[in-house]
Design a protein around this ligand. Sequence first.
Ligand SMILES: *[C@@H]1O[C@H](CO)[C@@H](O)[C@H](O)[C@H]1NC(C)=O
Ligand SMILES: *[C@@H]1O[C@H](CO)[C@@H](O)[C@H](O)[C@H]1NC(C)=O
Ligand SMILES: *[C@@H]1O[C@H](CO)[C@@H](O)[C@H](O)[C@H]1NC(C)=O
Ligand SMILES: *[C@@H]1O[C@H](CO)[C@@H](O)[C@H](O)[C@H]1NC(C)=O
Ligand SMILES: *[C@@H]1O[C@H](CO)[C@@H](O)[C@H](O)[C@H]1NC(C)=O
Ligand SMILES: *[C@@H]1O[C@H](CO)[C@@H](O)[C@H](O)[C@H]1NC(C)=O
Ligand SMILES: *[C@@H]1O[C@H](CO)[C@@H](O)[C@H](O)[C@H]1NC(C)=O
Ligand SMILES: *[C@@H]1O[C@H](CO)[C@@H](O)[C@H](O)[C@H]1NC(C)=O
Ligand SMILES: *[C@@H]1O[C@H](CO)[C@@H](O)[C@H](O)[C@H]1NC(C)=O
Length: 411
Amino acid sequence: MVCFRLSPVPGSGLVLLCLVLGAVSSYALELNLTDSEKATCLYAKWQMNFTIHYQTTSKHYKTVTISDPSTATYNGSKCGDDQNGPQIVVQFGSGFSWIVNFTKEGSMYLIDGISFSYNISDNATFPDAKDKGVLTIYEPVQFRIPLNNIFRCNSLSTLEKGDVTQYYWDVHVQAFVQNGTVSTKEFLCEKDQTSTTVVPITPTTMSSPTTTPIPREKPEVGSYSVNNSNGTCLLATMGLQLNITHDKVATVINVNPNTTDFSGNCHPQVALLRLNSSNIKFLDFVFAVKNENRFYLKEVNVSLYLLNGSVFSIANNNLSYWDAPLGSSYMCNKEQTVSVSGAFQINTFDLRVQPFNVMEGKYSTAQECSLDDDTILIPIIVGAGLSGLIIVIVIAYLIGRRKSYAGYQTL
Ligand SMILES: *[C@@H]1O[C@H](CO)[C@@H](O)[C@H](O)[C@H]1NC(C)=O
Ligand SMILES: *[C@@H]1O[C@H](CO)[C@@H](O)[C@H](O)[C@H]1NC(C)=O
Ligand SMILES: *[C@@H]1O[C@H](CO)[C@@H](O)[C@H](O)[C@H]1NC(C)=O
Ligand SMILES: *[C@@H]1O[C@H](CO)[C@@H](O)[C@H](O)[C@H]1NC(C)=O
Ligand SMILES: *[C@@H]1O[C@H](CO)[C@@H](O)[C@H](O)[C@H]1NC(C)=O
Ligand SMILES: *[C@@H]1O[C@H](CO)[C@@H](O)[C@H](O)[C@H]1NC(C)=O
Ligand SMILES: *[C@@H]1O[C@H](CO)[C@@H](O)[C@H](O)[C@H]1NC(C)=O
Ligand SMILES: *[C@@H]1O[C@H](CO)[C@@H](O)[C@H](O)[C@H]1NC(C)=O
Ligand SMILES: *[C@@H]1O[C@H](CO)[C@@H](O)[C@H](O)[C@H]1NC(C)=O
């Protein structure tokens, strides 16, 4: 899955990356936990790695990948008892800890939840991190498996929580092992059921579009503004969806306004709105004035963090979108696409922008995009109806006059 996302230059790096992966896959974690009678109670073998985004002291974002937990210890792992369920506890690297716990529910057992902690104070792993201390994320997995079945998932599973993305593959796990014997009955994850091969990770399964959920959910609408010494000078309200295409596979990311910072600046002829988040190094919208009486979106310059920690950048300063008269705002409620390049598009929803001449922090009257025309269709229909009525009245009046004129003649 990550294979295709990574290279901004089509084709480059793919083969190399997947070869590297082959080497990485040898670092499997394995735990055969036994009870007081030396009988196996919990068995697990799996591979995992993590990418973590964090903010630096200079307010930028960095991404680190944590892999190679080959030095792992399993202190704290336990079979469980009447009070507490079984648990796998793994410590690795410089202060990472990973815990999964299990519960029994009737004839099933659950992978209850996974928690992952990292010490962001560790300067060697997280250089210049703004935050300090140990951060923990918890993912309630709640995945059900029939008792006396071993769960297998060779395919890649991805869990995203806050700043952490967790990758798991080559997973074999059985909790509540009966009679000390790991079951031969396999309970497969959905992705393994559909794939015909048992080969762990191949470039084809990784780049298959089915491994990338494409969110066609509408993005949430965010409100952004820029201030200068005279108060608010730029306003933008919009839902943003980023579409990155690599090797004919599109990755669609909704921008979450709750976790997006914004800034910018305003000049008489040019205005900038810049967005930042843990995934967006920067996303710049540059507006310009043309013919002294209109504004438009002239440039988009973007740099995104990809899942493997590399950066995708593209810029186009020859755009012509969102054109409206100065002193008004531009509005488009329908989905609209800003095509920055063949590899990068932005879909906008419920858009309204005013990059110049903002008065008292409020939008001026809007010029609507042609896509929104059906909203002005109603006045047109009403208008057309009215003018039709007027024509009918005029004709009726003329006919009436003619009749009475004819009447006089007979006199
Ligand atoms: C982490 O795992 C994913 C999925 O297998 C892989 O694409 C990525 O390259 C790995 N990263 C490292 C640094 O091993
Ligand atoms: C991420 O993947 C791309 C290729 O798709 C590669 O060029 C880049 O070096 C990778 N970055 C890391 C940190 O592995
Ligand atoms: C784990 O246990 C081993 C032996 O019991 C001990 O040497 C090691 O220090 C422990 N590691 C941690 C991280 O507690
Ligand atoms: C699993 O771990 C989480 C967090 O560590 C905890 O809240 C939850 O109660 C645990 N569940 C069980 C069954 O122990
Ligand atoms: C986190 O890392 C810092 C710096 O390496 C260290 O001083 C601190 O003791 C660590 N905290 C924990 C809980 O391991
Ligand atoms: C475990 O052993 C008991 C008694 O020997 C037997 O009845 C049961 O079927 C065994 N369970 C499994 C899963 O082998
Ligand atoms: C993403 O971009 C690709 C390539 O331009 C296009 O085929 C696809 O329909 C786009 N997807 C969305 C959701 O906009
Ligand atoms: C953003 O925050 C609002 C209000 O706190 C919340 O209702 C919404 O679900 C959040 N959206 C996302 C994508 O986190
Ligand atoms: C895009 O932004 C980068 C970093 O600020 C800058 O170096 C580059 O010149 C910009 N590209 C364009 C076309 O403006």
